[in-house]
Structure formats: structure tokens, C-alpha cells
Design a protein around this ligand. Structure first.
Ligand code: 2HA
Ligand code: ZN
Length: 278
């Protein structure tokens, strides 16, 4: 089968286009990657070529050795992905040590995977381990309201988690682990990748101060939905703060415990970390 005919590739492209329409990807902002299943690789392998050179990843991801990733290209615009996917995205193979990658499909006019490939791969490595292989999608974008909040709240996991949970009752169900915050750092390198992947040990959301957000999940829908929910909640924060100096009322710690103990919370397997409750 042709790569562009595969359902998983079409869904990846659709997710990127949906993100563009949400306004999370000005210019070449943001990037996405998907750790392909063996059977998905087998389905499209006939179209792979192995002429392009092995290139250092810039970090070591031994548990991803031999895996194939669908990933957006460095400097490419999300808005163009749906129009010209072969120019904008690629499939990259990781070598048997987890230290180099090579492009086996896509980026037909040259280029390389996203500048945040080290962060994506280190996040994939952590998530593959802690979810027993369930998580496959890492998504990064520049959502306006989340970024705005990083100028307002202390850059602490608890401050962000509580604020984002309190804005909308669904939030503690959708991201019950809370969210992690990375202070401002230079993007694209190993150092920010290390800090982000540490947060991914316990969270599915990492917010980069004055930059954007990373989300991890099992499917495109869940990953996109998580990103969307956090950004919507942040938008509510910005609206509240634009209207009043102080909230008149909110959802309390005891209310959160009620959700946890209710049949609804139990049916969604909600366990809220006590460290985020008062
Ligand atoms: O792809 O978003 O963080 C551009 C970026 C870098
Ligand atoms: Zn970015």
C-alpha cells in the first residue's frame, strides 16, 4: 500500500490540519509524532527507500531502537501538511542503538524531522515504558491561552493543575494526573527534552513557559482532545482574569474529592493526586 493511502497516515495528517484550524500552529510552529505499530509499518514498507544517511538524534533513546516514527518536518508549516504531505512530513527509522535516525519516506524536497525530535523521542521513550506501550502520539503546539497563563501563574505544577482543573468540571477527569510545567528554556535541544521527559513520567501534559505545550496519549483523538481541553480551560482562566480581579467562587478541593468518590468518578477511574488538593 502507498504510505498516503494508509488510514493511520491519513489520520495523522487530519490531526495536524485540525490543529492548524485551532490556531495552535502559526508559521512553522508546533510538531507532532506517532510511534508506528509493526503491522502499520509492514503495510506501507514497499514504498520506503533506504538511501538517505543515518543522522545523529542528539540524544540516546535505546528503548526505541528499530522503531519507525511518523513525524512533521523541521521548518514546515502545519497549514501545508494536508495540501502537500510528502513535502511536509516523513517516516523516520531509529537505528539499533537508538542514537541515529534515517528518513525512509517523505520530505521529498529535502529537510529533516522537527527541531523538537529529541523532545519527542525522549517523551516517547518514557511513555512507552510507563504505559506498557499504549501511548504512541506526542503533540506540540503554541496555544495562545496556555502561553498567556505562563506569564500570570507561578511556574509550578500545582498552581497550573489547580487553575486548569477548577475552570471546567471535566478537566480533573480528562487530565487527572495534573500538568507539569517546564521553566523557560532554549527549545530544540537535549536539556529541554530531559526536563520534559522527566515530567512525562507522571503527567500526560507538559507546559513550556512562554512557548507552548506537549501532550502524550494513545490515539490521535485522545491526544488532540487532551490538548484542546487544556487550552479551552486556559482560555476560561484568561477570560475570568480579564473580567474580575478575583474569582467569586470556584470548585473546591472537597468538590474534587466528591468527583473522585462519586460513581461517575469511579466509572472514569478518577484518582486525583492528594498533592494537588488542599
Ligand atoms: O517547530 O514549535 O518548538 C517549531 C517549534 C519549536
Ligand atoms: Zn514550539
Amino acid at each position: 500500500m502507498k504510505v498516503l493511502e494508509a488510514k493511520i497516515v491519513r489520520s495523522f495528517i487530519q490531526m495536524c490540519d485540525d490543529g492548524w484550524h485551532q490556531g495552535w500552529h502559526e508559521r512553522n510552529g508546533g510538531n507532532a509524532s506517532y510511534r508506528m505499530k509493526e503491522e502499520e509499518v509492514a503495510e506501507v514498507k514497499e514504498e520506503f527507500s533506504y538511501e538517505r544517511p543515518w543522522t545523529p538524534i542528539g540524544t540516546s533513546v535505546p528503548t526505541l531502537a528499530g522503531e519507525y516514527f511518523l513525524v512533521t518536518g523541521s521548518g514546515k508549516f502545519f497549514q501545508n501538511i494536508i495540501r502537500d504531505p510528502e513535502d511536509s512530513i516523513c517516516i523516520a527509522e531509529i537505528d539499533d542503538k537508538g542514537e541515529n535516525y534515517r528518513i525512509v519516506w517523505g520530505l521529498v524536497n529535502g529537510g529533516k524531522p522537527t527541531s523538537e525530535f529529541p523532545s519527542h523521542l525522549m517523551n516517547h521513550e518514557v511513555k512507552k515504558r510507563v504505559t506498557n506501550g499504549a501511548h504512541r502520539v506526542i503533540y506540540h503546539g503554541h496555544p495562545v491561552n496556555v502561553i498567556a497563563l505562563t506569564f500570570i501563574l507561578p511556574l509550578e505544577d500545582k498552581a497550573f493543575t489547580r487553575e486548569l482543573w477548577e475552570n471546567m468540571t471535566e478537566c480533573p477527569i480528562v487530565f487527572q494526573e495534573g500538568v507539569g510545567v517546564v521553566p523557560w528554556m532554549v527549545p530544540g535541544g537535549r536539556a529541554i527534552a530531559v526536563e520534559t521527559s522527566k515530567l512525562m513520567e507522571q503527567y500526560n501534559v507538559a507546559i513550556w513557559a512562554h512557548h507552548g505545550m506537549f501532550c502524550s496519549s494513545d490515539t490521535f483523538d485522545n491526544c488532540f482532545g487532551l490538548f484542546h481541553t487544556v487550552e479551552k480551560s486556559a482560555e476560561i482562566s484568561i477570560k475570568i482574569r480579564s473580567c474580575v480581579p478575583k474569582k467569586r467562587q470556584t470548585i473546591t478541593s472537597d468538590n474534587f474529592r466528591e468527583i473522585e468518590n462519586d460513581p461517575l468518578g469511579k466509572s472514569f477511574n478518577v484518582h486525583l493526586p492528594e498533592k494537588f488538593l488542599d
